[in-house]
Write a protein that binds this ligand. Structure first.
Ligand SMILES: [Zn+2]
Length: 43
C-alpha cells in the first residue's frame, strides 16, 4: 500500500486514469442529482 495515495479510478467523464494524472473535469461534484432532475424534466 502506498500511504497517502488514494485510488481514484477513472474519470467518469473523460476516462483519464486519475491515479496517474489529473484531468480538468469537475469530478469532485457528483451531478447525479442534476441528472435525475433532467430526467424528470417535463416537456
Ligand atoms: Zn476527466
Amino acid at each position: 500500500m502506498d500511504g497517502g495515495l488514494q485510488f481514484r479510478g477513472l474519470c467518469p467523464k473523460c476516462g483519464a486514469n486519475l491515479n496517474a494524472e489529473t484531468c480538468g473535469c469537475d469530478t469532485e461534484v457528483e451531478d447525479d442529482r442534476f441528472a435525475v432532475l433532467k430526467n424528470l424534466k417535463i416537456e
